[in-house]
Design a protein around this ligand. Structure first.
Ligand SMILES: CC(C)(COP(=O)(O)OP(=O)(O)OC[C@H]1O[C@@H](n2cnc3c(N)ncnc32)[C@H](O)[C@@H]1OP(=O)(O)O)[C@@H](O)C(=O)NCCC(=O)NCCS
Length: 182
């Protein structure tokens, strides 16, 4: 079990986050995507996505955290992004680099999002979509207390839809002294 540093990501992290995202897609999703050109397309889209999101540092409805396992400025082991919207708090992307998996980093990132959700909107559900074929991540989300719901196609890129399962969490009641204001 690693005790990672969970820190707000900044625009300086955009390249490393995009690279970790691309590597994770290659390792986890490649067999389920239709062809090499799609993976190249996704790589380009992810690079744009993370630069754009990380430049929105003053957006109160968006948070991105990174996990650095050794030092505050050490290597990037994982990241998570959360967005607040009309349907609740959407956890949109949680990736831990392969060498750092099964050391508690995914759990630490997930719990960081839960705490933020509780402070930002205590009545809002937390939810996410996970690809239907990604059974390992589904085991992880079940371990985090999530409940599986409907299966729907989701767009992973314009024109490319893949079946995904919705996982949801009821609003967490944390003791007030554990709440952090941001
Ligand atoms: C899913 C993922 C985020 C989990 O992160 P992680 O740091 O490896 O998970 P943790 O070490 O915090 O695991 C916490 C618990 O979840 C469960 N779990 C985690 N990975 C699991 C797996 N592959 N199979 C079964 N259970 C798993 C275990 O109960 C684990 O506790 P344990 O190790 O004490 O048994 C990570 O494996 C990952 O990035 N995968 C590739 C990308 C991905 O699929 N992301 C999800 C996108 S929706």
């Amino acid at each position: 079990m690693t005790t990672p540093h969970i820190l707000p990501a900044t625009v300086q992290d955009a390249t490393h986050i995009a690279e970790l995202h691309a590597g994770s897609w290659q390792a986890t999703y490649a067999p389920w995507l239709p062809g090499e050109h799609v993976r190249d397309q996704l790589r380009r889209e992810h690079a744009v996505l993370w630069r754009e999101r990380l430049m929105r540092a003053d957006d109160p409805a968006l948070r991105i955290w990174k996990a650095c396992p050794e030092l505050a400025d050490g290597p990037l082991a994982g990241f998570v992004c959360a967005l607040s919207g009309a349907d609740g708090i959407l956890l949109d992307n949680l990736h831990v680099a392969a060498p750092w998996q099964r050391r508690g980093i995914g759990r630490a990132l997930f719990q960081r999002v839960q705490r933020w959700a509780t402070v930002l909107d205590p009545g809002a559900p937390l939810y996410l979509w996970v690809l239907a074929r990604n059974l390992r991540a589904q085991r992880f989300y079940e371990q985090m207390g999530g409940s599986a719901g409907a299966v729907h196609p989701i767009a992973v890129s314009p024109g490319i839809e893949v079946p995904a399962v919705r996982y949801a969490w009821r609003p967490v009641k944390l003791r007030s002294e554990r709440l952090e204001s941001e």
